[in-house]
Ligand binder design. Structure first.
Ligand code: PMP
Length: 411
């Protein structure tokens, strides 16, 4: 090997300039010092309505396990059987050694359930956004994206801009009027697409699809929906946002994660044959990443079968969500209007952290969203309801909110 002639330097371990930022103090350190740190908490059990955390059983009100299927015996059994038959991994992408009959069976069932011609699986929900959006756009085209879209869509858009020089326009949250204004200002003959969450992941707002569709139809722009928080939650039998509004045929492409209603990890996109086939052959997120594991695929398939056979689970989830939402509003909490399984309470940041601690001390776990995920100065206590919560669970949560809310002077 040829020696590169460099001047002699000290024999001490280097502090790399690029890593210096890693040792600097952050806002998280400030929060941790208050003794309240609601993130990265370890769970020692299956994610049911109650979980083992900090050595005690805690009511889980922060999980996306909407239908409560992650611990369902049929789903677990399916995963075990898949491991026994196929092993633990496909060790290859769909293009090469990673296509199982199990993947194809799930694709077929999902397409049929969603009333679309075709379906394609991805290995995570995050990857699904990237895998769907980026291949569909190219130079000189436009993506119109809601300001509050999930981070996976934001990063998919940035990827499209970086790789394909696609133009990204971020419009006001859930505002078809702003979409109209922005499309009207763009070159008429440039191809465009609109991408949006169906149910927004932060605060659970439902997309104003009927009005957005009117704008999209007028300008002949397709709407792509990420239905992560709508699939299994709203619409006919849990078929999501388009179904909720009776606009299934008008929405060409819907994508979704497995990690919520489908009790697994992975994602899928459904649409017409041509588009899905195009994505399949042009999506780096699909072609260069190993396919969903046999256990993940089998558990999503089993969860889908349960969803199809037991639509009453969706009704129970909706009942539970309405029950909690109505009671929190009755108590006087600031709960934005909504009809999904995400029920946010808006407070200021300091109050939010204290409220989290008071609830956790009383064995209730909720998610806290703080800036920069929320507007400056505000905090969202994000309650996520599951079909597996029983009425006594919800009553305990409501009583505790009343007690703590009064104690803290919030209500
Ligand atoms: N889209 C939305 C709207 C989400 O909320 C999430 C996850 N929170 C994802 C995509 C990513 O899904 P996953 O966590 O399964 O990768």
């Amino acid at each position: 090997m040829q020696q590169i002639p460099l001047p002699k330097i000290a024999d001490t371990l280097p502090v790399f300039d690029i890593f210096k930022k890693c040792s600097q103090r952050t806002k998280s350190d400030d929060v941790k010092e208050t003794g309240i740190w609601p993130y990265f908490k370890t769970i020692y059990s299956c994610e049911g309505p109650e979980v083992n955390m900090d050595g005690r059983m805690v009511l889980m009100l922060g999980s996306n396990n909407y239908l409560g299927l992650t611990g369902h015996p049929y789903v677990k059994e399916a995963a075990i059987r898949a491991i026994e038959k196929y092993g633990t991994s496909c060790s290859g992408s769909r293009l090469l050694t990673g296509t199982l009959d199990l993947h194809e069976e799930l694709e077929e069932k999902l397409a049929r359930f969603m009333g679309k011609e075709s379906c394609l699986l991805f290995s995570t929900g995050y990857q699904t956004s990237q895998g769907v959006i980026q291949p569909l756009v190219s130079r000189g085209e436009y993506i119109l994206s809601d300001r509050d879209n999930h981070a996976s869509i934001v990063s998919a858009n940035l990827m499209a801009r970086g790789l394909m020089d696609t133009n990204i326009i971020r419009y006001k949250h859930n505002s078809p009027a702003d979409v109209e204004k922005r499309i009207a200002a763009l070159p008429e003959n440039a191809a465009k697409l609109i991408v949006t969450d169906g149910v927004f992941s932060g605060d659970g707002t439902l997309l104003d699809l009927p009005n957005l569709y009117e704008v999209a139809k007028y300008y002949n722009v397709p709407i792509l929906i990420d239905d992560a928080h709508a699939f299994g939650v709203i619409g006919d039998g849990g078929r999501g946002t388009a179904s909720h509004f009776g606009l299934e045929d008008e929405i060409p492409i819907t994508f979704c994660t497995f990690s919520k209603t489908l009790a697994s990890i992975g994602g899928f996109v459904v649409g017409n044959k041509a588009e899905i086939n195009f994505i399949k052959h042009h999506s780096p997120a699909l072609i260069f990443s190993a396919s969903p594991s046999p256990a993940s695929t089998a558990s999503a398939l089993a969860a889908l079968e349960i969803l199809i056979e037991q639509p009453e689970l969706v009704t129970k989830l909706q009942f539970n969500a309405n029950y909690l939402r109505n009671n929190l509003i009755r108590l006087g909490f600031n709960v934005p209007e909504g009809n999904t399984a995400i029920i946010p309470i808006v407070v200021d940041v300091e109050m939010g952290l204290k409220l989290w601690k008071e609830l956790f001390q009383r064995n209730i776990y909720v998610n806290v969203f703080m800036p920069p995920a929320t507007p400056v100065g505000t905090c969202l206590i994000r309650n996520s309801v599951m079909a597996s919560h029983e009425i006594n669970n919800l009553d305990y949560i409501i009583e505790t909110y009343e007690l703590v809310g009064k104690l803290m002077g919030i209500i």
